[in-house]
Write a protein that binds this ligand. Structure first.
Ligand code: F6P
Length: 252
């Protein structure tokens, strides 16, 4: 069973009912515990980084603030990876809630130093306390729709527009937004993801031959290991303070 947390949860149930199944961690969100990386993540980060590099050109030429919304569900791995790689001036992720005033103050400081453009990368699940926009959920999320998906997940999406509108409203700087959406989930995989997918697939077949059912193949360091599906699907792997603090060095 190759997939993210929903697939893993389903595979764990099948395994408990006696089906000989092993899991392979595949999701662009990189939010599966038990593995350092899921394949799809590196490709999504490179797609988003390339898009942010392109947005950087038009932000600079038009002296604008450009907001780029990326996927990642309730984790900020894509935003922090692509944002750092593309030199974003601010990165907003679910793990570290923010207030619109602090984002605007950072942009205003940059502009006061003569930088008349800024790039803000925001994860779709980021929690921002806005000035005049009510969030769609108590914890501050912006939703595409109130409908949930087949697995009961909230349908995230749209925070990029809300953020852009409020930045322009508060700072007076011309601001535009881009929602990258599903282009982050397609196209030709990067070399890293191709090799990781190959290693995980080969290891998963060996697990089946060894009868290691009910586990997931995983990358820890540079080693292939196997972890119980239940442990792995138990909690979302989130971005920690160490990585985010390095990214935040560049916010002021
Ligand atoms: O889990 C992968 C993912 O792309 C998330 O980043 C995103 O929130 C969700 O799937 C979108 O789901 P759907 O394609 O069903 O709209």
């Amino acid at each position: 069973a190759a997939g993210g947390d929903d697939t893993r949860g389903g595979a764990a149930i099948l395994s408990e009912r006696g089906l000989p199944v092993v899991g392979v961690p595949k999701t662009i969100d990189n939010d599966l515990s038990g593995t350092d990386y899921t394949f799809g993540y590196d490709t999504a980060v490179n797609v988003a980084m390339d898009a942010i590099d392109r947005v950087h050109t038009t932000a600079e030429s038009h002296n604008r603030v450009m907001v780029v919304e990326v996927m990642g569900r309730h984790s900020g791995w894509i935003a922090v990876g692509a944002g750092m790689a593309a030199g974003a001036d601010y990165i907003l992720i679910p793990e570290f809630p923010a207030e619109i005033q602090e984002v605007c103050a950072s942009i205003q400081k940059r502009h006061a130093r003569g930088k008349d453009f800024s790039i803000v990368v925001v994860a779709e699940g980021a929690k921002v306390k806005f000035a005049r926009t009510e969030a769609d959920t108590d914890e501050g999320l912006i939703l595409q729709t109130k409908e949930t998906d087949a697995f009961g997940h909230l349908r995230l999406g749209g925070i990029g527009k809300v953020l852009a509108d409020e930045i322009e409203d508060i700072t007076g700087f011309e601001t535009r937004f881009v929602i990258l959406g599903h282009i982050q989930r397609g196209g030709s995989p990067t070399a890293f993801d191709r090799v990781l997918g190959t290693r995980l697939g080969a290891y998963a077949v060996d697990m089946l031959e060894r009868g290691e059912y009910g586990d997931m193949a995983a990358l820890q360091g540079n080693r292939m290991v196997h972890v119980p599906l239940t442990e792995a699907s138990a909690r979302t792997k989130t971005v920690g303070p160490e990585l985010y603090e390095i990214a935040a060095t560049f916010f002021d």
